[in-house]
Structure formats: structure tokens, C-alpha cells
Design a protein around this ligand. Structure first.
Ligand code: DAH
Length: 339
């Protein structure tokens, strides 16, 4: 019996050794350890073993079973490892991954972020107002008379209910003063709309950044200092800024702001970039009437306001020759700004 068990063991081990796939492994398991397997059959012979040998034979039986089980497990692990290795052999895990197309910010967004961050450092808070506006917020409260050309149907998109697409972000000045009391120091970036013929320097939907500062004793010097500092932060400390007298209904005095640009290879040129001025007392009076309080009493407070074209800032900052490029969404153009 002992000799037979030894024979089974050595047969099993060499059979297992020779196995090359999983079905061979299963066959061997059934052939030796299965219900009708050789070891199972041999152990049935225990019955006939004389009593004094039972212990030895029992031990041997266990030893052989353990050895066969271990060999099967070891072979199984080796087969799995070989299979994995074969699968990985066709993959080069050290290859760099394929580049994924990365998103980037629109040039306008870059300019907006930069402008907002400078003005926030100076203490301006962000404010918002609706793009669909009332005539009162867009014009009347800003001291713009009925017969002003900007109010004409041919310049402004009107809705049938009398509302309009705001023609400038200046309406946010009014919206802010309706809600808040001085001191007020806000900037309001956003879209504005005009019935303009679209060309290289005009879009019917464009972007502006409005500013308003109301407090006691706000002067023209504050306005000039603020805008000069702003443009030098944005375009460099050598940037020249010029204030040219102009007219806006909502400021008095009013100015247009020009920047002197030194494009390489070209004569330096002044470019109009913003409108600004000292808030007209008539605007404070309108706001006061609407509010019904004395928070904006024009004899107690003063303020300055400004508004600039963000699209134009982007043109200058990046040397973009045609505004239409900003809305065409041509990836070849936009990719150049993806940082
Ligand atoms: N709203 C003016 C425009 O769209 C720009 C402007 C001029 C805004 C003077 C102001 C200002 O706040 O004070 O052309």
C-alpha cells in the first residue's frame, strides 16, 4: 500500500509538471483527487490495511494528498502568471500616453480675468445687471433724453414690450445705486448690444466693463489716477494715457480715454479705449427720486464712472486685427491663446 501511494505521488507530480494549460490542470485534479481518481481509489483500500499499519498508511495518504494539492496550486499560479505575461507582452507600458485635446480660455476671458483682478486689488467689487433692460435703467436714469440718437430704433434692439437689449453696461450703475448706499465702488463686466453693421471693429453683441465709484469728495484726480494705474498695470508701466474732453449724458465733465500704442515697425498711434467722467448730478437726482431717500443727495456725494470695450482691450493686448475673429470660434485662432 505504501509503495502504491509513493507511485501515485510520483506519477502525479510528473504529470502535473508536464501540464501546459488549464484543461490539463483540471484533468490531473480529477484523475488523482476526484471521486474516481487514483488517490481516492487507493484510500478506499484503507479498510483492508492491518490495524498496526493504519497509522503509517494514513499519514502517507495525507502526505501524498497534500503534495498533489500543492503541486496543482503551484502549477495553476504559474499558468496564470504566464497568461498575464503573454497579455502584457503586446503592451508597452512605458509609452507616453496619447495627448488629450486640452481646453483653453478664450482671449476675451483672459483679458476680462486680468482686468477684473487689477480692479479688485484696487477695491472694486463685482456687480451685475440684466442684459434685457428697461428704458429707464438704460437711458432715462442715465440722463439720456428721449430724442438722443442712441435711443433710436435704428441703433437699439427693442422688444415689443418696450424693453431692450442694453446698449451699454452703464445701466448697472443705476441697478447698483438702487440697492446700495455710498460708498459704492463696483465694476460690472458684461455684454452689450447695438444695431451696428458688423465689420472689423464693430460687433452687434460686444463686451464692456463698467466702473462706478461714489463717495464723499470723489474728484477728477481720483478718476485719472485710477484709470492711469489700471491701464499701466494691464499694458505695462510705460503706457501713455490721454484724457480727451467729450460728451456723455451721464457724466459732466466727460472724457474719452486714449492709449498710445507702439506697435513695432509702425508710427505710435493713439487708440480710443474708454469713456469716463464725473457722475452728472442729474443721475443722482433720478436715483434719489426712485429710492425716495437722501442717500444719493447730489450736494453731499460725488462720483466717477467709466466704461470700456473689452473686445477692444483684447485686440490691443493680443494684436488681433479683426473683432470678428473673437466670435467665429475658429480653433486655429483660439488655440493660440490656450495657455
Ligand atoms: N456707456 C458709454 C458707451 O457705451 C461708455 C461710458 C462713458 C461709460 C462714460 C461711463 C462713462 O460710465 O462715465 O459708450
Amino acid at each position: 500500500m505504501l509503495a502504491e501511494l509513493d507511485a501515485i505521488k510520483s506519477d502525479a507530480l510528473s504529470a502535473i509538471e508536464a501540464i501546459t494549460d488549464e484543461s490539463g490542470l483540471e484533468e490531473a485534479r480529477v484523475g488523482f483527487l476526484g471521486k474516481k481518481g487514483r488517490l481516492t481509489a487507493a484510500s478506499a483500500g484503507m479498510r483492508d490495511v492491518p490495524k498496526e499499519q493504519k497509522k503509517d498508511v494514513g499519514q502517507k495518504l495525507n502526505e501524498v494528498r497534500t503534495a498533489i494539492t500543492a503541486a496543482l496550486e503551484e502549477k495553476g499560479a504559474a499558468l496564470t502568471a504566464a497568461k498575464d505575461a503573454a497579455a502584457f507582452a503586446s503592451i508597452d507600458a512605458t509609452l507616453p500616453s496619447r495627448p488629450l485635446p486640452e481646453g483653453g480660455l478664450h482671449p476675451l476671458t483672459h483679458v476680462l480675468n486680468e482686468a477684473v483682478s487689477i480692479l479688485r486689488r484696487m477695491g472694486f467689487a463685482l456687480a451685475e445687471g440684466p442684459e434685457i433692460e428697461t428704458e429707464w435703467h438704460c437711458f432715462d436714469a442715465l440722463n439720456t433724453p428721449e430724442d438722443h440718437p442712441a435711443r433710436n430704433e435704428s441703433d437699439t434692439f427693442y422688444f415689443e414690450n418696450g424693453k431692450l437689449l442694453r446698449t451699454h453696461t452703464s445701466s448697472v450703475q443705476i441697478r447698483t445705486m438702487e440697492k446700495e448706499v455710498p460708498p459704492v465702488r463696483i465694476i460690472a463686466p458684461g455684454s452689450a448690444f447695438r444695431r451696428d453693421e458688423i465689420d472689423a471693429t464693430h460687433l452687434s453683441a460686444f463686451h464692456q466693463l463698467e466702473g462706478l465709484y461714489v463717495d464723499k469728495n470723489v474728484t477728477l484726480a481720483d478718476l485719472k489716477g485710477t484709470l492711469e494705474y489700471f491701464f499701466r498695470e494691464l499694458f505695462g508701466s510705460k503706457t501713455e494715457v490721454r484724457f480727451r474732453p467729450h460728451f456723455f449724458p451721464f457724466t459732466e465733465p466727460s472724457f474719452e480715454v486714449d492709449l498710445k500704442l507702439h506697435a513695432t515697425g509702425k508710427a505710435a498711434k493713439w487708440i480710443e479705449i474708454a469713456g469716463c467722467g464725473i457722475v452728472d448730478p442729474a443721475v443722482f437726482s433720478e436715483v434719489s427720486t426712485k429710492r425716495g431717500d437722501a442717500a444719493y443727495n447730489p450736494s453731499e456725494i460725488s462720483g466717477f464712472a467709466f466704461g470700456m470695450g473689452l473686445d477692444r482691450l483684447a485686440m490691443i493686448m493680443y494684436g488681433i486685427p479683426d473683432l470678428r475673429l473673437l466670435i467665429e470660434n475658429d480653433v486655429r485662432f483660439l488655440q493660440q491663446f490656450a495657455k
